[in-house]
Design a protein around this ligand. Structure first.
Ligand code: CUA
Length: 298
């Protein structure tokens, strides 16, 4: 909503700039072509004062007062957010945490889901270097600065999936730090959020059960949390509902069992510089079991 107003303001500003440009260029051409005797000194002085000072002052003054008049409304919008989402930029993924009205917390990664027509306040932070949160179709970008909180209010007006990206160079895999914003109808959003806040599903197949045991046995839980199990690490993304996400590795791979197995075996081949260690020494059967387990965590 705010973004639409700002976009409209941009067009007004561009119109004003065009007006000044046409006047200045027109006067320049006139000044080059006119014969020196055409005007008396008095008239020439008025051309300079009028074209050089009065017209620009009037146009810039009008644009400034128009811009300032939008401020109270934009600020009022920011104050009444219906939903708070904490987003932390990490190297090179996004930690996303929803605080539900009943105090429960839902942690996910690399995608932000929003209800259409509601204002959501995003509180942006970073534990390492400066990142920048940007979903171009939804609104302006805002830096995520270590030791500080920045706030961005988004109020999407239509449903759909919108691609976002990190817009500040943050290290080796900056270019592979994308995210999806999924705008849902409010009921669908409420169902999704409820699922996210719940503990992980029990593995449903023998292969997935084997994967769950391997996940704990290989120490994956030292870095990753799967709520409802002993895995409670906080270094990497929360995997409680990883199988329900659209992508893996921050927008780098479409979510699938094959992508999960590939990622676990050789993460640095997908995302150079990644902090996740490679598990390519595991037999194929174990990789398939781990992938089946994680894909089932919807
Ligand atoms: Cu994070 Cu660039």
């Amino acid at each position: 909503m705010g973004a639409e107003r700002i976009a409209a303001l941009w067009w007004v500003m561009a119109g004003g700039a065009l007006l000044i440009w046409v006047l200045v260029v027109g006067l320049s051409i006139y000044a080059i072509r006119v014969s020196p005797e055409a005007h008396g000194e008095g008239k020439a002085r008025w051309l300079i004062i009028g074209g050089g000072a009065i017209v620009p002052t009037v146009v810039l003054g009008a644009l400034l007062s128009h811009g300032l008049s939008l401020m109270p409304e934009l600020l009022a919008h920011e104050r009444r957010a219906d939903l708070t989402i904490h987003v932390s930029g990490e190297q090179w993924w996004w930690r996303v945490e929803y605080v539900l009205p009943d105090g429960r917390r839902a942690v996910t990664a690399n995608e932000v889901r929003l209800p259409v027509g509601r204002a959501a306040e995003l509180i942006l932070t970073s534990p390492d270097v400066i990142h920048s949160f940007w979903i171009p179709p939804l609104g302006g970008k805002l830096d995520m600065i270590p030791g500080r909180q920045t706030r961005l209010v988004l109020e999407p007006t239509r449903t759909g999936t919108f691609r976002g990206a990190c817009a500040e160079y943050c290290g080796t895999s900056h270019a592979l730090m994308a995210l999806d914003a999924v705008v849902l109808e409010p009921e669908a959003f409420a169902r999704w959020l409820d699922t996210q806040a719940a503990p992980a599903r029990e593995p449903a197949t023998p292969l997935a059960r084997e994967g769950a045991a391997l996940f704990l046995g290989h120490g994956c839980g030292a870095c990753h949390t799967v709520r409802g199990t002993q895995a409670n690490g906080g270094v990497g993304p929360d995997l409680t509902h990883v199988g329900g996400r659209l992508t893996l590795a921050a927008g780098t791979l479409r979510m699938s069992e094959a992508a999960l197995a590939r990622w676990i075996a050789r993460p640095a081949a997908v995302k150079p510089g990644v902090h996740m260690p490679a598990f390519g020494m595991l037999p194929d059967g174990q990789l398939r079991a781990l992938a089946a387990y994680l894909a089932g965590l919807e």
